[in-house]
Design a protein around this ligand. Structure first.
Ligand SMILES: C[S@@+](CC[C@H](N)C(=O)[O-])C[C@H]1O[C@@H](n2cnc3c(N)ncnc32)[C@H](O)[C@@H]1O
Length: 230
């Protein structure tokens, strides 16, 4: 999936993935992340997800990254927030929008996630991955899972016991990929192991029947995973 694919989708308003209400799986399973007030939650490939608003209202700072600048501008406009825009010191092409919501800071990077570093993003306490891993084709997912780990976990402090690993709440879909081209892509258990098992303990928190697309709908199973240190 190249950047033009996503630019075009946002431009044409083909953003069926964007939900108008907070994802109930986030509100139900967030406690597994053991967050404390003021913690920072990283939302990779964030779009303009309303889940980020909910996270702020729960007392967490939010850091997102999104390729398409319009998505970030729409996010702040829809929340009636006037953000400040900052440029990255050594690469002015990369910038972030920052605003306050419910007393929390929301920082949204306009960037390809692969262009960011741990230093850019700053210290992270948990990752919320909704429609991010499953937005990417198979050949990008190992690189993506590695990048999210590197951005969210202080790998410089690695002691071999994975103590530095930051937990993730991850939502995936599993369905017959022959019935539909992604995104969203189907991810099976073997693939999940391949992407995360080297560094994370993988716990399945829930699996919920659901559907995607427009009529005739495709039956899917939505999975909620907790990825935590081993
Ligand atoms: C399926 S959407 C999900 C958005 C959001 N997580 C949600 O649930 O509404 C995937 C988003 O990732 C963005 N994206 C795709 N590739 C990206 C990349 N390499 N770096 C940053 N954002 C990317 C797209 O522009 C799109 O908004």
């Amino acid at each position: 999936m190249n950047p033009e694919f996503w630019q075009k989708r946002w431009q044409e308003g083909r953003i069926g993935f964007n939900q108008s209400t907070v994802n109930p799986l986030l509100t139900e399973y967030i406690d597994h992340l053991d967050l404390a007030a003021g913690n920072r939650v990283f939302v990779p490939l964030c779009g303009k997800s309303i889940d980020m608003v909910w996270l702020a209202t729960q007392g967490y700072d939010v850091v997102g990254v999104e390729l398409v600048e319009t998505a970030i501008q729409e996010f702040f406009a829809e929340q009636n927030i006037e953000p400040t825009v900052y440029q990255q010191a050594d690469n002015p092409a990369i910038r972030y929008y920052q605003g306050q919501l419910s007393g929390q800071t929301i920082t949204l990077w306009v960037a390809d996630i692969f262009a960011l570093t741990f230093e850019d993003v700053g210290s992270i306490d948990a990752v919320y991955d909704k429609a991010a891993l499953i937005a990417l084709p198979a050949d990008m997912r190992v690189k993506y899972s590695e990048q999210v780990r590197k951005l969210s976990s202080d790998t410089s402090k690695a002691d071999g016991a994975n103590n530095e690993i930051t937990p993730q709440l991850l939502l995936t879909l599993n369905y017959d990929q022959r019935k539909k081209n992604g995104p969203p892509f189907s991810i099976n258990n073997e693939q999940l192991e391949q992407y995360y098992s080297a560094h994370y303990q993988i716990y399945e928190l829930a699996s919920v029947p659901s559907s995607i697309g427009s009529a005739p709908y495709i039956t899917v199973t939505e999975h909620v995973w907790l990825l935590s240190s081993k």
